[in-house]
Design a protein around this ligand. Structure first.
Ligand code: TYD
Length: 137
């Protein structure tokens, strides 16, 4: 499958006014394609750290740097792409079975991740050789 069909860069409505900014992300097919079951956020990582390094068999993700910046390298076993998350209104949607590395975190980075599934360790593939074997059958 082409990597182009496995991720999407999304822009969310900013309802900010003179009081400040307010970005809205509605689930269930409104702003993102899935119902939000789980939220986590990563902060206190730095430019030396690489996180992620796994693929998920079932979960869809939406990543937003609500503060600071980070990079995400996505890989489907055939193609890779690097996306910089650098605006609170920008989201990276990832379909299942995309290998992802998150890295180059700015000191103020807060990476918010919305998920379509509850945490289930068994749906993570954490070994890249195993991932390639599953992708390539
Ligand atoms: P990890 O998968 O290494 O985080 P990253 O998203 O940076 O790859 O998760 C770190 C630890 O937290 C690991 O022991 C699993 C646990 N964890 C949960 O219990 N629930 C979750 O939703 C997540 C993302 C991680």
């Amino acid at each position: 499958m082409s990597l182009e069909n496995q991720y999407k860069i999304l822009e969310f409505a900013d309802l900010g006014d003179e009081r400040g900014n307010l970005v809205v992300i509605e689930g269930e097919g409104m702003d993102i394609p899935f119902d939000i079951k789980r939220v986590f956020y990563i902060y206190g990582s730095d430019a030396q750290v690489v996180r992620g390094q796994h693929a998920n068999r079932e979960t869809e993700f939406l990543m937003v740097n609500v503060g600071g910046t980070s990079k995400v390298k996505i890989d489907n076993g055939f193609e890779t792409k690097i996306i910089e998350l650098n605006r609170p209104g920008m989201g990276l949607y990832l379909a299942p079975m995309v290998w992802k590395d998150m890295y180059d975190f700015s000191p103020d980075s807060i990476l918010l991740v919305l998920c379509s599934k509850h945490y289930e360790p068994g749906e993570y593939i954490r070994n890249y050789e195993d991932y390639l074997a599953e992708i390539k059958g």
